[in-house]
Design a protein around this ligand. Sequence first.
Ligand SMILES: Cc1ncc(COP(=O)(O)O)c(C=O)c1O
Length: 377
Amino acid sequence: MHIPSWPQADESEADLLRAVLESPQWGGFHPFVAEFEQSFAAYQHARHGISAFNGTVTLELALEVLSVKAGDEVILPAISFISTATAVSRLRAIPVFVDIGENTYNLDPLRVREAITPRTKAVIAVHFGGTMCDIEALGAICREHDLPLIEDAAHAHGSEWNGKRAGSFGIAGSFSFQNGKVLCSGEGGMLVSSDDRFAEAARSVANCGRMAGRSFYEHVRLGTNFRLTAFQAAVLLAQFERLPGQIERRTANVKLLKELLSGVEEIIWQEQPAAVTANSWYLLVGRLPVGNRDEFTTALAAAGVPCTPFYPHTLYQNPLYAEGGCRVMDCPIAEARVRDSFWLPHRVLLGDDGTTEAVGEAIRQALPTAVSTASLL
Ligand SMILES: Cc1ncc(COP(=O)(O)O)c(C=O)c1O
């Protein structure tokens, strides 16, 4: 079985990196940075792209520009990478952890409605694993309560809901280009937005408080330096060329894998709402409703299929939040999913002829014996 490695690069990365190396500008003012910002924002159906050195600071930037302050509450899912929550905490605001849907791994809009209080200042929705959350329902709730919606789209490059791409629904979409992401430069991030005022303020904060059209040493607001380097932009421009083809391949391989495993009732895959018209397939997420998840993932890894037994905690179960500093809604589903779920990383879905068949066979072999026998009866 040949599972491709990740990240992948060829001469196109090398050529663009060399061009930067031979230029007098290695930092964020090289034209590659603006070129990538414009191309990627347009790809995600947004007007503006503000790049930064990772997808953690882009979340902090979005909240800061929205004037989220100490004591304000920000609603987010109980299942995500820690940055979704720490971006809130680092502004001394209060993350409010809300449960996910039974099989969506994404915010449950009904639970979001229950969590809103007069202190709520924003909602952060995550498109977990690349599968879009119900962004229309969440958008409607946010509009009703006049709350800004931020999309943490760190997993969702190219993902769509009814033909509209991740990051283009909320006031801002935050992307990560960290080493494992489907579009990567080792580290990197971008905020996309179609709100001109928000984008102008975000760009200014991320660039030392400068403003377009004003002089280089004029700083109009309290800013900082979040700029992406030209080396990162060079790698991203090359990676970006491959992204659509890779999404196509992963989509075809997920379809094939699910067909090959169609009789296997021991695995419940992450739900794909009909409105999800494209998926980055950053992660193929599933769960074992019965049987030992850890034995399954260990057996799968031993057979050569990379597989992660999910996050060990909901966000609020991390030691960081043991002392409080957050508000936790009832999250029975999130707590169950950390015990029964797993994911396959996207490189498993990038294989050539025969790889997906081999992965499917390895999954069948790794299923808990008692459970697979039961399914035959
Ligand atoms: C959902 C989510 N949000 C934010 C981040 C943070 O991105 P970065 O690692 O680029 O800081 C990640 C990173 O893995 C993530 O998975």
